[in-house]
Design a protein around this ligand. Structure first.
Ligand code: BEZ
Length: 265
């Protein structure tokens, strides 16, 4: 696959589909819990919101369900379409669908929607579902990647960069998200917070796993640095994190926390 980049206007985060395929594949492979909760059935019409490069959409489609993927990143849309999938290009806040899906699914995407836009996004998802349809999703929850966020905040503050507000991510508690889902018209069947310590892959060329994670998932924040300071800032962040996220065998384990839920429209 050709390298391709797209930048989010709000966070500056870019999505390089080649880097994502090489370093972010665990995002799809660790989704078995939420896929089990979705329990896709042959012939069902399912919308995968924030489908990324379509790896998981393809897996869901292999059950016989009829999948539509949607993503806001043009590069991810292109990568997913290259798999032969039916993929639309929209932000979650502006989904155009009206009561046409039996289920909406989302994995590791909803936390990229800023808190202020969540009500609009959830209303659009609700409108995409037929009455009684299900919304099954997993996203970052409260305290997600806490160590990484604290280390970045500490390293970037002297440069005048507020890493936390630049990332503009939303990691809600179950009670907060239950309220948001209810306000959008959903009946929440289950919602739980799941700590998921996540081993970070070692690059095929022996790249540092944490440095690779930072350049893949936090480039929008790091690119605010003068180019001359970027490498040192990454080094300093990795050094701060090593005592807590790198185990005694040298394995890096990121402190992911998931929020997983099942709601009915
Ligand atoms: C997440 O899935 O929680 C996540 C992924 C990339 C960056 C930050 C969080």
């Amino acid at each position: 696959m050709k390298d391709s980049l797209a930048t989010s206007a709000s966070t500056g985060q870019t999505w390089n589909t080649t880097a994502y395929a090489a370093h972010g594949r665990f995002v799809a492979t660790l989704a078995t819990g939420v896929v089990g909760l979705l329990n896709p059935q042959p012939g069902e019409h399912i919308l995968d919101v924030g489908c990324g490069d379509g790896a998981l959409t393809e897996q869901l489609a292999s059950t016989g369900a009829v999948l539509t993927g949607v993503d806001a990143s043009p590069t991810m849309v292109a990568a997913a379409r290259a798999r032969g999938l039916n993929i639309d290009h929209h932000s979650v806040e502006s989904l155009p669908y009206k009561h046409q899906f039996d289920a909406v699914f989302s994995n590791a995407a909803l936390h990229w929607i800023p808190a202020a836009s969540q009500p609009t996004a959830l209303a659009a998802i609700h409108q995409a579902l037929r009455p009684g349809g299900r919304f099954v999703a997993e996203m970052g929850g409260h305290a997600n990647i806490a160590s990484i966020r604290v280390a970045l905040q500490s390293v970037l503050t002297p440069y005048g960069i507020d890493a936390e507000s630049s990332a503009a991510s939303f990691y809600p508690s179950p009670d907060t998200y239950r309220r948001l889902l209810s306000a959008a018209g959903f009946t929440v069947q289950s919602i739980e917070i799941i700590p998921r310590p996540t081993p970070l892959p070692i690059g095929s060329h022996g790249e540092d796993p944490m440095a690779t994670w930072l350049t893949t998932f936090r480039n929008g924040v790091l690119d605010r640095l003068p180019p001359a300071d970027r490498a040192q800032a990454i080094k300093n962040t990795v050094a701060l994190l090593e005592p807590v996220l790198c185990d005694t065998d040298g394995n890096w384990i990121a402190d992911y926390v998931r929020l997983r839920f099942h709601a009915i429209a």
